[in-house]
Design a protein around this ligand. Structure first.
Ligand code: HEC
Length: 267
């Protein structure tokens, strides 16, 4: 090995007076220390990050559940009614006590179909239209009452008095629900207090009976009523307090005749 061998020749820049071993030890010690970083550039502890994450999580939960920030309701325009999403309202309208629901339907039908002649108080006018208040044929046998509405009436009425050309059929456009409603309404309103509910099944039976008449479409007479229709309509009576769907008037299955409807008038 010659001194000129570049592989082994001592590096000129190394000061032979410096303890090479001490330099190596210091360098190793420095490497073991945490690196020096500039002020503001210190690494953040993992616990600080975790704590911040926790705070963000809680804040998000509060905003999402109770806060108004993400509430769509706060953003919609005034007077803008949001429709219920299709299928969201599967439960349907609130059930109502049968008597109330039938009466509500009946009130509409009465004002549309009967009011014009029998008057808003159902007292008629005494000259051309008879009173339905206390009228034996309104409050009596239900089939006779239904036949008068469906077919009209001519000749003597329950009081024996005949009014002009009589009453024309009111069957046009009348559904079983409408008929049941208006019968229930007349029987339990204007001072009449029969206290029964004429069900849609009973009304349907009346419509079937009416359609099966020999002289279908002709006005009823006292003779025909007396001969064939002095009887109650077939069908189960409905507890006036039983809960029904206010639109279809169908009894709500499983619902107890609720204490929710104590207001049903007694007869
Ligand atoms: C176009 C006028 C008119 C309309 C509408 C009308 N009625 Fe009449 N109604 C009469 C007349 C007139 C008589 C009397 C018929 C007769 O003299 O035979 C009568 C008689 C009756 C009677 C017999 C009363 C009794 O005691 O003898 C009943 C019940 C009755 N109407 C119920 C109704 C009901 C319920 C409605 C509505 C669904 C209705 N009427 C709609 C004119 C009308």
């Amino acid at each position: 090995m010659s001194e000129n061998d570049p592989q082994t020749a001592p590096v000129d820049s190394v000061d032979a007076s410096v303890d090479q071993g001490a330099v190596a030890r210091e360098a190793a010690a420095c490497a073991r220390e945490k690196p020096l970083v500039g002020c503001g550039n210190e690494p953040i502890s993992i616990w600080v990050i975790a704590a911040c994450g926790f705070v963000v999580l809680i804040a998000g939960a509060i905003l999402g559940s109770g806060g108004r920030l993400f509430s769509y309701g706060e953003l919609i325009r005034a007077n803008y009614a949001r429709a219920t999403a299709p299928g969201a309202d599967k439960s349907g309208p609130e059930p109502k006590a049968a008597l109330d629901a039938y009466m509500a339907r009946g009130a509409k039908i009465y004002s549309a179909k009967c009011n014009g002649c029998h008057g808003p108080d159902a007292k008629g006018d005494g000259a051309n239209y008879p009173s339905l208040v206390g009228s034996a044929w309104s409050t009596g046998e239900t089939e006779r009452f239904a036949m008068i509405i469906l077919n009209g009436l001519t000749g003597p009425t329950s009081t024996g008095k005949a009014y002009g050309a009589g009453m024309v059929s009111q069957a046009a456009g009348l559904t079983a629900e409408d008929l049941a409603g208006v019968m229930t309404y007349v029987r339990n309103n204007f001072g009449n207090e029969v206290g029964d509910v004429i069900t849609t099944e009973m009304a349907q039976a009346a419509m079937d009976t009416s359609a099966a008449r020999d002289n279908a479409g002709m006005q009823m007479t006292k003779e025909e009523l007396d001969a064939n229709h002095v009887k109650p309509l077939p069908g189960e009576p409905l507890d006036p307090a039983a809960l029904v769907d206010p639109i279809t008037l169908v009894k709500v299955a499983g619902a107890a005749p609720a204490a929710a409807a104590p207001a049903a008038p007694e007869s």
